[in-house]
Write a protein that binds this ligand. Structure first.
Ligand SMILES: NC(=O)c1ccc[n+]([C@@H]2O[C@H](COP(=O)([O-])OP(=O)(O)OC[C@H]3O[C@@H](n4cnc5c(N)ncnc54)[C@H](OP(=O)(O)O)[C@@H]3O)[C@@H](O)[C@H]2O)c1
Length: 262
């Protein structure tokens, strides 16, 4: 397989669109998520449309040993991961104290532990070969605390921090690490997070555009990309000068049904 890209969370949304971006460049894929039928459909579509090889690895990445099993699958099949799209993740609205712990710990396991372990499993090989690209799907949630989704925002702050630090460590090796930071995107995310009615998702971007911008930034070796220009200006230009209690109040309202009219 050539220029193999491993995409987690490829069964829908941004991950599915990233798989398309990769395949349309004639590059092969290994796609991962829990829903095998969606992965099989995607694989068939990519093989037909782009003539690339696609392997399917259906697995719950929160399960103990799942990430190691994925690395073992890669080794046993003689594959080499040149591109890692660490994308699977989910959020869930609700105040921290009232959240189900098993759901929160599952979120940390997927958004933080799985992302970090997969990077740890595949990065050394990339460094040894002197080439590799990692795109970690973070979020604009990475840039501020998020009351109403406290743990989700914190998981994405972690993703940004670890991505940039590792990017600095591997500088000059031929390997790059990029954090993809979208705002609201029209995918399965809002339903899973129970925020489809929120003001934030009234003007969501598309998965295709998000993936395209992420892919371009990854190929350019950028540290991070915020996919909406307006959001980028707000986060980099306005947020640092906004009192934190005010910005957190705004964030809470944006995530509530109809912008706070609960
Ligand atoms: N949409 C947004 O507004 C938005 C904004 C900023 C950042 N993001 C980030 O973008 C990434 C992709 O989300 P999305 O928006 O594309 O949402 P999505 O359509 O719900 O996609 C989530 C993907 O993750 C997979 N997944 C979920 N739990 C998994 C598990 N335990 N093991 C393996 N795979 C699992 C899902 O597949 P299965 O259900 O088949 O397992 C699916 O392919 C996430 O990291 C999310 O935090 C999204």
């Amino acid at each position: 397989m050539t220029d193999l890209g491993l995409v987690t969370g490829a069964s829908s949304g941004i991950g599915r669109a990233l798989a398309h971006e990769h395949a349309r460049r004639g590059r092969d894929l290994l796609v991962v998520a829990r829903r095998q039928s969606e992965l099989d459909d995607l694989a068939a579509e990519l093989r037909t449309s782009y003539g690339v090889s696609v392997s399917v690895f259906p697995r719950d990445l929160t399960e103990a040993g799942s990430r190691r099993a994925l690395a073992d699958y890669v080794a046993e099949h003689g594959l080499t991961v040149d591109y890692l799209f660490n994308n699977a993740g989910f959020g869930r609205t609700g105040d921290f104290a009232g959240q189900d712990w098993s759901r929160l710990s599952e979120m940390i396991e997927l958004n933080v532990v799985a992302v970090t372990e997969l990077m740890h499993l595949f990065l050394p090989g990339m460094i040894a070969r002197g080439r590799g690209r990692i795109l970690n799907t973070s979020s604009t949630a990475a840039f501020m605390p998020g009351p109403g989704q406290a743990v989700y925002f914190a998981t994405k702050a972690f993703v940004n921090s670890v991505s940039k630090a590792v990017a600095a460590e591997v500088s000059g090796t031929g390997v790059t690490v990029t954090a993809l930071c979208p705002g609201a995107v029209d995918t399965g995310f809002a339903d899973t997070a129970d925020m489809a009615d929120s003001l934030l998702f009234k003007s969501a971007g598309s998965a295709a555009s998000t993936a395209r911008q992420g892919y371009t930034a990854m190929e350019a070796g950028r540290l991070e990309v915020i996919t909406e220009v307006g959001m980028g200006l707000m986060i980099k230009g306005l947020l640092p000068f906004t009192p934190e209690r005010l910005s957190m109040e705004i964030i809470r309202k944006l995530q509530s049904p109809r912008g706070g009219a609960e």
